[in-house]
Design a protein around this ligand. Structure first.
Ligand code: AMP
Ligand code: ZN
Length: 113
């Protein structure tokens, strides 16, 4: 059993503001939001990052994009939203459990920092 932060949130050992849950995935509010809407969407399975995902993980990775779309609709992100995955320290990953950031509610710039 992993003692990683997001595994503990998945097991409800650490509180989080959960906005969606399925058999394979969990979505909860980011504790340090970078936009008016900032949700993290994770597979319940512990994967340290996208770089260790296997073809067998494709169902949950696909489901996460549908969850993001549905949450964006529910949260009225009508002018646009961004779905971000940071893989590795060089890309800004700080929690070693694969997660996507759903960001919206403000104007986004490109390229990202
Ligand atoms: P990353 O830097 O891409 O690894 O993103 C990790 C994210 O997890 C950051 O945006 C943090 O604010 C967020 N975070 C860290 N601890 C918690 C927590 N206990 N509950 C919710 N979000 C968290
Ligand atoms: Zn984990």
């Amino acid at each position: 059993m992993s003692d990683c932060l997001f595994c503990r949130i998945t097991r409800k050992e650490i509180p989080a503001q959960i906005v969606f849950e399925s058999d394979l995935a969990l979505a909860f509010k980011d504790i340090n939001p970078q936009a008016p809407t900032h949700i993290l969407i994770i597979p319940k399975k512990h994967l340290t990052g996208l770089s260790v995902a296997d073809p067998e993980d494709a169902p949950v990775l696909g489901e996460i994009q549908i969850i993001a779309k549905n949450l964006a609709e529910q949260m009225n992100l009508t002018t646009g939203y961004r779905l971000v995955l940071n893989n590795g320290r060089g890309a800004g990953q700080s929690v070693d459990h694969l997660h996507y950031h759903l960001l919206g509610g403000r104007r986004m710039t490109w390229p990202p920092g």
